[in-house]
Design a protein around this ligand. Sequence first.
Ligand code: DGJ
Length: 447
Amino acid sequence: MRINRRLLSAIVTALMAMSLAAQSGDPFGSAIVNGVPWTDNQGRPVNAHGACIVEEDGRYYLFGEWKSDTTNAFPGFACYSSTDLVNWTFERVALPLQESGLLGPNRVGERPKVMRCPKTGEYIMLAHTDDMRYKDPQVGLAVAKEITGPYTFIGPLLYEGKPIRRWDMGTFQDHDGTGYLLMHHGDIYRLSKDYRRAVKKVASGIKGGGESPAMLHKDGTYFLFGSNLTSWERNDNFYHTAPSIEGPWTKQGIFCPEGTLTYNSQSTFILPLHRGDSIIYMYMGDRWSYPYQASSATYVWLPMQVEGLKVSIPEYWPVWNPETMQPVSELGGKVVTVRFKSKEKGSKLTLPFEGTRIAIKGYTFNNGGYGRITIVDNQGNTVHTNLIDFYSKVPDDGLRYVSPLLPQGAYTLIVECVGEHPHWSNKRGNYFGSREDWVTVEEVRIY
Ligand code: DGJ
């Protein structure tokens, strides 16, 4: 019975129904695609989570957790660069694993944030360091002369001569160049002029504050973003406002439609983008995927609307152009409707195609698992492969994979049910994630 089902799944390919054949433009070379792994210039997933971006001389530098698929232990912080926020070049592991100390073996390193200190010209990286059980939180300090590093790890950032013993953190650089450290649950510290110390706690335990803090400052109002305490699970993130960074801080509520769980993401940073005479603030969030964070955790980046005291992201744009700041509603390509729904390890969807790129739409829900996507050329060489997470607490139909641009040719797409699912527990031992391994693919677009 089991074998028959496998065979049946393999033959599921036969259930494909061709529809709409008009081959049209490929939008992916100039668009941010949310919730799919991005591929860097070396063909590997862009692996920079809990990230921030520093813009300098027309280039964007992305720093983030260089996650691993095998352990949560710190393997380094990565730096990528791009001129368009879409095509990313791997620069280097900007801060590598240290021989010992706060970011030595079997330690946790998260949420690296980089700022250029206006006074010294030095690049300062601050990050959450911890033990593997998250019982030794501190803020680590690393410095570099060049933006891409390598960064030299100094030790804990000190306030009144002592480490700051809290976990999730962010940073914020105000218009006047003052640097701030944002800590979870609403502590804000001003940094020294050289950014190497915290010198004043300017806000303390802002009521209703949360994890993964991020900030923007517009027209005299400060906006502080944060998430509820749900480990790597998504929740409805929220924000506070204040007329001064010292407060008084007022909780305003959520900024994405309720129940979308911030479009299945967790805040990490807000990037101001200069477009014409305006500044548009781009929300940067993480869609975590434990244990395969390196391969399968993805990004949700969206422009925010900021009016008076109100911030919102009224719609989810799966694909959008960061130059025009507009959603891409026509995905083009030749649409192939497929029906692959399986939780059986090893079952496969196989689809031969000719072209330069392929995009896959699928369904995610609370019992989704991991699917492996592989593209093989007509010599049998794997030209691209990636593990895809089909789990989401809130069900979602959407893009799950967009291949890198391939030389025009004949290929075979294989989607395989891996028979594993994302799941993890927090430090209180609560279970999170999926309990089954479903992989559901509904549509393939060929370019
Ligand atoms: C919540 C934090 O926001 C994440 O960055 C991560 O540290 C998880 N906790 C780990 O459980």
